[in-house]
Design a protein around this ligand. Structure first.
Ligand code: HEC
Length: 138
């Protein structure tokens, strides 16, 4: 089993809610680019909007406008972008996800969203936490 297969298998096993979509696209869903990692100082930043009611809903609106073409309305991924409910995404701290959304990874096909106001990017991070299968989802 090569690393690509191992990673896909991991994504499928750790995100049962997205299983159907992943099974349908298993060999075409992009996988995370390992060297693309937030600097420790960025990863340590905490979400200033945590506990602010309504902020995640605002994030969902932005997500549907800007992100779902690649990540799917439910965040489960498409042939253009990975599953964001997967454990390997959800276990990254808020600051790391904020950094990834802000700076993007042109090499991997993820655009940079640094042009969005920081509050909107933190709202997006809150929305990512509500995705199906995410830990802490009610
Ligand atoms: C043009 C397609 C595209 C759009 C639009 C897009 N993404 Fe991505 N996204 C990707 C791809 C491809 C990756 C995988 C990049 C990699 O790992 O190298 C990715 C990766 C990510 C990751 C990191 C996942 C991980 O494994 O660590 C996050 C978080 C993310 N996107 C959030 C968003 C958010 C939020 C938006 C909207 C503001 C968005 N993306 C819009 C294609 C897209």
């Amino acid at each position: 089993m090569n690393t690509l297969h191992a990673r896909l298998l991991f994504m499928v096993l750790t995100s049962l809610t997205c299983l159907a979509q992943l099974a349908a696209q298993a060999d075409r869903v992009p996988v995370h680019d390992p060297p693309w990692t937030a600097p420790a100082r960025e990863a340590a930043r905490s979400n200033p909007l945590a506990n602010q009611s309504g902020a995640a809903a605002g994030g969902q609106k932005v997500f549907l406008q800007r992100c779902s073409t690649c990540h799917g309305d439910d965040g489960c991924g498409t042939t253009r972008g990975p599953n964001l409910a997967a454990a390997d995404v959800q276990r990254q701290p808020d600051g790391a996800l904020f950094w990834k959304v802000s700076s993007g990874n042109t090499h991997g096909g993820m655009p940079a969203f640094s042009f969005l106001p920081p509050a909107q990017r933190w709202q997006l991070v809150l929305h990512l936490r509500t995705l199906a299968g995410a830990p802490g989802k009610p």
